[in-house]
Design a protein around this ligand. Sequence first.
Ligand SMILES: [Zn+2]
Length: 659
Amino acid sequence: MFNKRIRPDERPVFPKRAVVTGGMPYGNKELHFGHVGGMYVHADVFARFLRDRIGKENVIFVSGTDCYGSPALESYRKLKESGYDKSIEDYVRGNHEKQKKTLKDYKISLDFFGASGLDEAASMHRQVSEEIFNTLYEKGYLEKLSTPQFYDDELGVFLNGRQVEGRCPIEGCQSEKAYADECSLGHQFMPSELIDPISVLSGKKPSFRNVTNWYYRLEDDIDFLKEYIDDLRKNTNTRKFALTVIDDFLNRPLIHIPKRFLEGKDQEAILKRLPEHELTDEEKRKSIMCTFKSLEDRDTARRVLEEEGVHYTAGKTLVPFRLTGNVEWGVPVPEKEDTKDLTFWVWPESLWAPISFTRTYLKQKGCPDDEWKKWWNDDEAQVYQFIGEDNIYFYAIAQTGMFNALGNLHQTNVIANRHILFMDTKASSSSEIKPPMAEELLQHYSADQLRMHFISLGLNNKSTGFKPQVYMPEAERRGADMVVKEGNLLTNVYNRLIRSCFYTVQKEFDGRLPGGEVSERVKSFAEEKALEYERFMYNQEFHRISYLLDEYIRETNKIWAATSREADKNNDKELWRSLLIDTFYSCKVMAILLHPLAPEGCEMFADYMNIGEELFSWDKILEPLDAYIPDLSKHELKFLEPRVDFFKKPLWQLEQAEE
Ligand SMILES: [Zn+2]
């Protein structure tokens, strides 16, 4: 794995090939600002960096619309009630196209943005789903369980996912809403555990009917997972908060019984009826805790407690991971034994959808059928998955167990971001404002400004507020708009520095780069910054990259300002020459470092330098310009007209500044 924790003096090693994935948005909506700012921009910056670092032919960046499942079906049903007359495919396709446009507008450089239920990716996804199911079945990792499912008696239909609402049964859960078998914070439970269920179709309390589904025996993976997570903790750069979230799920099955419910009852006799367990009874705690050897034992205990009329809550633990269901809008499940007409539950199939997307992409490029294995199952390759913290259970636990069971997939590097909050968590009048959709934000800010800002938020260890001033009531706007702060480094400082270099070369050196040695000081400063940057990228510490660039660019600009004043005053051609050699070199290194964050302006710089894409390769990052241009005296730079910008502010911000 290429996520080993490195020593301070050690340079990181990157894989030969890499797949980068971004968590998949549901097919029932457009992209929210949090999809882009909380995850896609981070994945994109990393994918772009890897292309420059290991070669663009060695990176595949995939994602796609999660088309199937009850959320899409439920939104479609509501829309149809209000007169929509197209098919569910049309509905999902409409959202998929809007998502695709938004990602493009934010310069998210996906090699493939598919849709699990549309076109070529859909048939590949069916095939991959079938292969995975059959392998897990043949290897004996699946079990058939008959469990109660919600049923709407009034309408005579089974209810899935979002069609049932209630409260989460997990001890201490703060979620506002829970659905049939998960809450809005991502806790998983059995439908029978949901508190106060209501059918959203009829508004009535649903009943239960038994249905048979296939489950992956995730509860059997507890020892493997504990060991795997231990290894991540000891040896890798996996984010600490994510490990804590994972740990929480890896408890043995247990039950909390509040002591007040045992008052007046024969506690000892009740406990004796429970299967073998470890009892924790501490005086200062309000509950006693029973830890069981298996999930079956815990379920037996629950039945006993229910008979005894004793209230209890279940602790988080691994439960069988449901693979199938009966939502008709889904990928069909191969018929095995006596099951038929089942479809995959949307969560498991979305975990292997990035494999389907990679395979579709490679197929479209004309690669052989098994080419994908060089990317997903190869010691020289690494898959990096950028997700939001709510999905840690699925990617870091369920997927890790299943990939291990399948035996033909390497474990992926799961990079979880904390939440990006709109405004503040604290109550204020501005917290009443509806969070914007991603597309809408682009009316107020440029993509570069937003990219630079999102990257700087430090979501690797804390949830952070996104506070665009344009959404605040007048009375709450104070000082500068925080959202444009990082972007100003580009539009003001770096832009001015590059322009000054070009105008000076045009004025003093006839549009040709002066030849000569870069000063030691400038070279060693560049080396220090490039190596720090490389480390931060390796550890996906994006906010540190934004501090680093700020320091590097401002420091270089300060030297330019002071030295150019002196050269100008004394009309000192030699001083101009050495200053230009140093500053062009620094600007080139900065362009490489900035390229993943603000690609267009950096590419324009390369274009004006008359050097192609090779300028961005890390192979020559610290080399002087004559490593790209054999004869500087014959190399003409592109002519820069007055008032041309490499990094631009949106027009309205410029107008406002002039007022
Ligand atoms: Zn919950």
